[in-house]
Design a protein around this ligand. Structure first.
Ligand SMILES: [Zn+2]
Length: 245
Protein backbone atom coordinates (compact mmCIF):
# COMPACT_ATOMS: atom_id res chain seq x y z
CA UNK A 1 0.00 0.00 0.00
CA UNK A 2 2.84 2.39 0.90
CA UNK A 3 4.58 1.86 -2.45
CA UNK A 4 1.28 2.39 -4.20
CA UNK A 5 0.68 5.60 -2.29
CA UNK A 6 3.97 7.16 -3.34
CA UNK A 7 4.50 5.43 -6.69
CA UNK A 8 4.40 8.69 -8.65
CA UNK A 9 7.21 10.31 -6.64
CA UNK A 10 9.34 7.18 -6.12
CA UNK A 11 10.08 7.30 -9.84
CA UNK A 12 11.35 10.91 -9.71
CA UNK A 13 15.13 10.54 -10.20
CA UNK A 14 16.06 13.45 -7.92
CA UNK A 15 14.03 11.93 -5.06
CA UNK A 16 13.43 8.19 -5.51
CA UNK A 17 13.21 5.47 -2.85
CA UNK A 18 16.15 6.95 -0.96
CA UNK A 19 14.36 10.30 -0.70
CA UNK A 20 11.21 8.58 0.48
CA UNK A 21 13.06 6.69 3.23
CA UNK A 22 14.82 9.86 4.36
CA UNK A 23 11.57 11.83 4.41
CA UNK A 24 9.81 9.15 6.44
CA UNK A 25 12.60 8.83 9.01
CA UNK A 26 13.11 12.52 9.81
CA UNK A 27 11.22 14.73 12.26
CA UNK A 28 10.08 17.97 10.60
CA UNK A 29 9.23 21.09 12.61
CA UNK A 30 7.03 23.88 11.23
CA UNK A 31 6.73 27.23 13.01
CA UNK A 32 3.53 29.05 12.18
CA UNK A 33 0.41 27.49 10.67
CA UNK A 34 -0.74 30.33 8.42
CA UNK A 35 -0.16 30.92 4.71
CA UNK A 36 3.25 29.28 4.55
CA UNK A 37 2.92 26.82 7.44
CA UNK A 38 -0.39 25.28 6.41
CA UNK A 39 0.92 24.63 2.89
CA UNK A 40 4.22 23.29 4.23
CA UNK A 41 2.41 20.88 6.54
CA UNK A 42 0.07 19.79 3.75
CA UNK A 43 2.97 19.17 1.33
CA UNK A 44 5.16 17.28 3.80
CA UNK A 45 2.40 15.04 5.13
CA UNK A 46 1.12 14.21 1.65
CA UNK A 47 4.69 13.43 0.54
CA UNK A 48 5.27 11.02 3.43
CA UNK A 49 6.63 12.74 6.55
CA UNK A 50 5.72 10.53 9.51
CA UNK A 51 6.71 12.77 12.43
CA UNK A 52 5.74 16.44 12.50
CA UNK A 53 5.82 19.26 15.04
CA UNK A 54 3.64 22.32 14.42
CA UNK A 55 3.62 25.47 16.55
CA UNK A 56 1.20 28.43 16.45
CA UNK A 57 -0.76 30.36 19.06
CA UNK A 58 -3.38 31.90 16.75
CA UNK A 59 -6.92 30.94 15.79
CA UNK A 60 -8.19 30.71 12.21
CA UNK A 61 -9.61 34.04 10.99
CA UNK A 62 -11.68 34.89 7.93
CA UNK A 63 -8.79 37.00 6.59
CA UNK A 64 -6.53 33.89 6.62
CA UNK A 65 -8.61 31.89 4.16
CA UNK A 66 -7.41 33.54 0.94
CA UNK A 67 -3.81 32.32 1.35
CA UNK A 68 -3.91 29.19 3.53
CA UNK A 69 -4.33 25.48 2.80
CA UNK A 70 -6.92 23.15 4.34
CA UNK A 71 -8.84 25.66 6.54
CA UNK A 72 -12.51 26.38 5.82
CA UNK A 73 -15.11 28.86 7.13
CA UNK A 74 -16.16 26.21 9.67
CA UNK A 75 -12.69 26.45 11.25
CA UNK A 76 -12.90 30.19 12.01
CA UNK A 77 -12.26 30.81 15.71
CA UNK A 78 -10.56 27.46 16.35
CA UNK A 79 -6.83 27.14 17.13
CA UNK A 80 -4.84 26.68 13.93
CA UNK A 81 -2.79 23.85 15.42
CA UNK A 82 -5.73 21.67 16.45
CA UNK A 83 -7.61 22.36 13.23
CA UNK A 84 -4.57 21.72 11.04
CA UNK A 85 -3.81 18.51 13.00
CA UNK A 86 -7.32 17.25 12.28
CA UNK A 87 -6.93 17.85 8.55
CA UNK A 88 -3.42 16.35 8.46
CA UNK A 89 -4.52 13.21 10.33
CA UNK A 90 -7.32 12.80 7.78
CA UNK A 91 -4.61 12.73 5.08
CA UNK A 92 -2.52 10.19 7.02
CA UNK A 93 -4.02 8.71 10.22
CA UNK A 94 -0.63 7.16 11.12
CA UNK A 95 1.07 10.57 11.30
CA UNK A 96 2.79 11.26 14.63
CA UNK A 97 1.98 14.93 15.18
CA UNK A 98 3.10 17.17 18.03
CA UNK A 99 0.84 20.24 17.94
CA UNK A 100 1.69 23.10 20.29
CA UNK A 101 -0.80 25.95 20.68
CA UNK A 102 1.70 28.42 21.98
CA UNK A 103 4.00 31.20 20.84
CA UNK A 104 7.60 30.19 20.35
CA UNK A 105 9.62 31.96 23.04
CA UNK A 106 13.12 31.73 24.46
CA UNK A 107 12.10 29.48 27.39
CA UNK A 108 10.22 26.91 25.24
CA UNK A 109 12.18 26.88 21.97
CA UNK A 110 14.67 24.15 22.84
CA UNK A 111 12.02 21.98 24.46
CA UNK A 112 9.70 22.20 21.42
CA UNK A 113 12.20 22.05 18.55
CA UNK A 114 15.52 20.52 19.62
CA UNK A 115 14.36 17.01 18.64
CA UNK A 116 13.54 18.08 15.05
CA UNK A 117 15.92 17.16 12.23
CA UNK A 118 14.89 20.16 10.14
CA UNK A 119 12.79 23.28 10.80
CA UNK A 120 10.62 25.20 8.32
CA UNK A 121 9.82 28.86 8.87
CA UNK A 122 6.16 29.73 8.46
CA UNK A 123 6.13 32.66 10.85
CA UNK A 124 5.89 36.34 9.96
CA UNK A 125 7.81 37.43 13.02
CA UNK A 126 11.40 38.66 12.69
CA UNK A 127 12.51 38.11 16.34
CA UNK A 128 11.21 34.52 16.14
CA UNK A 129 13.49 33.94 13.14
CA UNK A 130 16.54 35.15 15.06
CA UNK A 131 15.49 32.87 17.93
CA UNK A 132 15.20 29.87 15.57
CA UNK A 133 18.53 30.76 13.98
CA UNK A 134 20.26 30.61 17.36
CA UNK A 135 18.61 27.26 18.12
CA UNK A 136 19.73 26.03 14.70
CA UNK A 137 23.34 27.02 15.31
CA UNK A 138 23.42 25.73 18.89
CA UNK A 139 21.90 22.32 18.04
CA UNK A 140 23.17 21.98 14.44
CA UNK A 141 19.64 21.79 13.04
CA UNK A 142 19.17 23.09 9.48
CA UNK A 143 16.22 25.37 8.79
CA UNK A 144 14.61 27.06 5.82
CA UNK A 145 13.60 30.70 6.19
CA UNK A 146 10.88 32.20 4.00
CA UNK A 147 9.11 35.51 3.80
CA UNK A 148 6.31 36.79 1.57
CA UNK A 149 5.35 40.32 0.59
CA UNK A 150 2.83 41.30 -2.07
CA UNK A 151 3.89 39.11 -5.05
CA UNK A 152 7.47 38.43 -3.90
CA UNK A 153 8.87 35.58 -1.85
CA UNK A 154 12.31 35.17 -0.31
CA UNK A 155 13.71 31.78 0.64
CA UNK A 156 16.98 30.95 2.37
CA UNK A 157 18.16 27.52 3.51
CA UNK A 158 20.47 27.55 6.53
CA UNK A 159 22.86 24.64 7.08
CA UNK A 160 24.69 25.81 10.21
CA UNK A 161 27.39 23.13 10.13
CA UNK A 162 28.71 24.19 6.74
CA UNK A 163 27.29 27.53 5.58
CA UNK A 164 26.27 31.00 6.65
CA UNK A 165 23.53 31.44 9.21
CA UNK A 166 20.53 33.76 9.00
CA UNK A 167 22.39 36.46 10.94
CA UNK A 168 25.32 36.31 8.49
CA UNK A 169 22.92 37.21 5.67
CA UNK A 170 20.52 39.46 7.61
CA UNK A 171 22.41 40.91 10.62
CA UNK A 172 19.72 43.46 11.56
CA UNK A 173 16.23 42.98 10.19
CA UNK A 174 13.40 44.81 11.91
CA UNK A 175 9.72 43.93 12.03
CA UNK A 176 7.65 45.74 9.34
CA UNK A 177 5.35 48.35 10.84
CA UNK A 178 2.35 47.38 8.67
CA UNK A 179 -0.30 45.37 10.47
CA UNK A 180 -1.82 43.93 7.28
CA UNK A 181 1.15 42.99 5.09
CA UNK A 182 -0.02 42.65 1.45
CA UNK A 183 0.11 39.06 0.15
CA UNK A 184 -1.54 37.78 -3.01
CA UNK A 185 -3.42 34.58 -2.21
CA UNK A 186 -1.44 32.06 -4.24
CA UNK A 187 2.03 33.32 -3.24
CA UNK A 188 2.45 31.33 0.03
CA UNK A 189 1.76 28.03 -1.79
CA UNK A 190 4.49 28.79 -4.36
CA UNK A 191 7.00 29.90 -1.74
CA UNK A 192 6.21 26.93 0.52
CA UNK A 193 6.78 24.63 -2.46
CA UNK A 194 10.26 26.13 -2.96
CA UNK A 195 10.95 25.82 0.78
CA UNK A 196 9.89 22.18 0.60
CA UNK A 197 12.35 21.52 -2.26
CA UNK A 198 15.19 23.20 -0.36
CA UNK A 199 14.38 21.15 2.75
CA UNK A 200 14.30 17.89 0.79
CA UNK A 201 17.70 18.70 -0.76
CA UNK A 202 19.12 19.43 2.70
CA UNK A 203 17.89 16.03 3.92
CA UNK A 204 19.30 14.35 0.81
CA UNK A 205 22.62 16.20 1.22
CA UNK A 206 22.44 17.74 -2.26
CA UNK A 207 21.78 21.42 -1.51
CA UNK A 208 24.12 24.35 -2.19
CA UNK A 209 22.26 27.16 -0.40
CA UNK A 210 21.46 30.39 -2.22
CA UNK A 211 19.23 33.29 -1.31
CA UNK A 212 16.24 32.83 -3.61
CA UNK A 213 14.04 35.79 -4.53
CA UNK A 214 10.96 34.89 -6.53
CA UNK A 215 8.43 37.26 -8.07
CA UNK A 216 5.25 35.29 -8.68
CA UNK A 217 3.82 38.04 -10.90
CA UNK A 218 6.72 38.49 -13.33
CA UNK A 219 8.06 34.92 -12.86
CA UNK A 220 11.53 36.33 -12.30
CA UNK A 221 13.66 34.22 -9.98
CA UNK A 222 17.07 35.27 -8.68
CA UNK A 223 19.62 33.06 -6.91
CA UNK A 224 22.11 35.10 -4.91
CA UNK A 225 25.37 33.76 -3.48
CA UNK A 226 25.64 34.03 0.28
CA UNK A 227 28.78 34.17 2.41
CA UNK A 228 29.59 33.35 5.99
CA UNK A 229 30.43 36.48 8.01
CA UNK A 230 33.68 35.70 9.89
CA UNK A 231 32.58 38.16 12.59
CA UNK A 232 29.04 36.77 12.94
CA UNK A 233 28.23 36.81 16.67
CA UNK A 234 25.90 33.82 16.26
CA UNK A 235 27.56 31.15 14.12
CA UNK A 236 31.20 32.21 14.58
CA UNK A 237 31.18 33.33 18.21
CA UNK A 238 28.17 31.48 19.68
CA UNK A 239 27.02 34.70 21.37
CA UNK A 240 23.32 33.98 21.65
CA UNK A 241 21.04 36.84 22.66
CA UNK A 242 17.53 35.67 21.71
CA UNK A 243 17.77 32.22 23.30
CA UNK A 244 18.70 33.87 26.60
CA UNK A 245 15.84 36.39 26.69
ZN1 LIG B 1 26.29 33.61 11.10
Amino acid sequence: MMNNRFIRQLTVPEFGENGQKILESNHVGIIGCGGLGSHLADFFVRMGVQTLTIIDDDCVELSNLHRTALYTEKDIGTPKTTTLSKHLLAINPRLKIHAHTTRLTAPNTEQLLASCNIILDGTDNIPTRYLVNELSVKHHIPWVYAGVYSTIGMILAIIPASGPCFSCVHPTLSQPSETNIPVIGHLPAAVAAIQCSEALKILLGTLSPKLIIYNLWTQQIDHLDIQKNPDCPICCKQQFSYLKK
